[in-house]
Design a protein around this ligand. Structure first.
Ligand SMILES: CC(C)(COP(=O)(O)OP(=O)(O)OC[C@H]1O[C@@H](n2cnc3c(N)ncnc32)[C@H](O)[C@@H]1OP(=O)(O)O)[C@@H](O)C(=O)NCCC(=O)NCCS
Length: 219
């Protein structure tokens, strides 16, 4: 087993980091619902989406490298306040990718904590490297960074097995909702007293989450 090194992403790593994430995340159920499959065309669309994210809102991104090869990517971004969703939601049209993306972005944006927090995501490890501790190494780095500033952390996930993975690092599910028929879990990792207060503030959303966002998602 080769040595894995965690380092900060540099500008020239950006295209490969977006490609690695697209390979890692092409089968995630929400991406399959948004991009209508997990074939090469869908993967390329996911890659373009992550390339645009890194270009516009890079945050702080860490890479896991085996030698020169990027095998895992994790982005974290400091956020404060709910930003209004940019894209207007048009008439219900599940066949329209822009409608599906708008449903997704709105469902996530409305649950963003208003308080300062570190938002985790995306995170992905190449499929043939998963289960070997690389994701945990990236998460340990994430926890070290947020603990240094006693910040709350937050993430969304569309996979139950990922919920268990994130729980190992102190995240707790605070709400769930259906987005395009896919169950999404919203998770908080408290950071000091402010984080604890924020966790309590999520009780209302938990109930709302139980009802789900099926109306938005399924039309
Ligand atoms: C989730 C993910 C980043 C974890 O990275 P990883 O390198 O596989 O994680 P690790 O090897 O450090 O830990 C794996 C642990 O998570 C669990 N796990 C979650 N998804 C797993 C997967 N696809 N393969 C293997 N283990 C997985 C295992 O149960 C394991 O637990 P254990 O340590 O008790 O055995 C990675 O599996 C991945 O990229 N998945 C696909 C993309 C994705 O879902 N990204 C997150 C979106 S919210």
């Amino acid at each position: 087993m080769d040595t894995i090194a965690i380092s900060l992403m540099e500008k020239n790593d950006l295209p490969e980091a977006a490609r690695v994430l697209s390979i890692a995340m092409r089968d995630n159920p929400l991406h399959v619902a948004i991009f209508q499959g997990s074939d090469e065309k869908s993967r390329r669309e996911i890659e373009a989406m992550f390339a645009a994210l890194f270009a516009e809102l890079p945050g702080v991104t860490f890479l896991a490298k085996a030698g020169q090869a990027i095998v895992g990517v994790m982005r974290m971004k400091s956020c404060k306040g709910r930003k209004p969703p940019e894209d207007p939601i048009g008439p219900i049209d599940p066949d329209d990718i822009n409608w599906r993306k708008a449903v997704w972005h709105r469902a996530w944006a409305r649950r963003d904590p208003a308080e300062q927090h570190w938002h985790l995501g995306p995170i992905g490890v190449l499929p043939d490297r998963q289960g070997a501790g690389i994701g945990s190494a990236l998460m340990q780095r994430f926890c070290r960074e947020v603990d240094a500033c006693r910040s709350m952390a937050y993430l969304e996930t569309d996979l139950e097995k990922n919920v268990r993975f994130y729980e190992k690092f102190g995240f707790k599910v605070v709400a769930t909702s259906d987005v395009l028929h896919v169950k999404n879990s919203y998770m908080v990792r408290p950071g000091g007293t402010e984080g604890d207060k924020a966790l309590q503030g999520f009780e209302g959303l938990r109930n709302e989450g139980a009802k789900g966002s099926r109306v938005q998602g399924a039309g």
